[in-house]
Write a protein that binds this ligand. Sequence first.
Ligand code: NAD
Length: 275
Amino acid sequence: MNIAAKLDMNTKMQRLLAGKTAIVTGSTSGIGLGIAKAFAEAGANVVLNGLGQAAEVERTRQELADATGVTVGYDAADLMKPEDTAGLVHRAEKALGKVDILVNNAGIQYVAAIEEFPAAKWDAILALNLSAVFHATKAAFAGMKERRFGRIINVASAHGLVASPFKSAYVAAKHGVVGLTKVAALEGAEFNVTANAICPGYVWTPLVEKQIDDQARTHMIPREQVIRDVLLAQQPNKRFATVEEMGALAVFLASDMAASITGTALPVDGGWTAH
Ligand code: NAD
């Protein structure tokens, strides 16, 4: 391949998702924001979603739009509510014409022993981390099948594949997400609708930052020890993954090049689940 052709290929790689439209749930922060940025850089129009101060969210939205030249919207849907979750998809379809890519990323965590785990926390984690994935998928699925293109990317977790103590609701929900991903993959397969789960180990985000304090309290040990001996104890490469790594994988899974990858649960965990 000559240099000009190579450069053309590089440009195509960078705008791999040109003309596509994506919703990324929980993208006002952390992994979701990292994926939304990577999508916008790859040329996709993006709808952001998540909680946050209106002014701060608007600044993020505007900066991303200015930096990439794509359309970036924001929808404040509360994904604890099934109607609002379906509404997010329907509003995006109306505003941008279609939803090609749905990233179900919004999630919360709570850490406590089973006998002390508050029932309300169980219900909330199941509602957001699992049921919202179903409600958003359901709302987007018919349109994707009809247009014969769809990419559903569920941000599960290494905890969708293996367990850790004190995370009963989270581990149950994430295992559920991996199961739902497989069902969506089977139902979408003949329609060029793929569904995959990304299963990160520890990624440095506000959600992890909060866990450090929770774990320190539960185990009664200092923060530094939580990071080394609890959080990264199972992660052989002993480093947190980055949101940019999650974004790069999501762009690839959303692209035409990943058309044959479906129904998978891809560990991005520094070797954790190789144990
Ligand atoms: P985060 O706390 O930085 O971001 C969570 C996002 O979800 C935020 O945008 C928040 O506003 C949004 N959100 C919370 N409640 C919501 C609601 N009711 N409706 C709509 N949006 C809501 O967390 P993160 O670390 O970026 O986690 C993102 C996803 O990645 C989660 O599903 C999490 O389980 C998963 N994950 C994270 C890690 C990690 O180490 N950070 C590892 C594995 C999996």
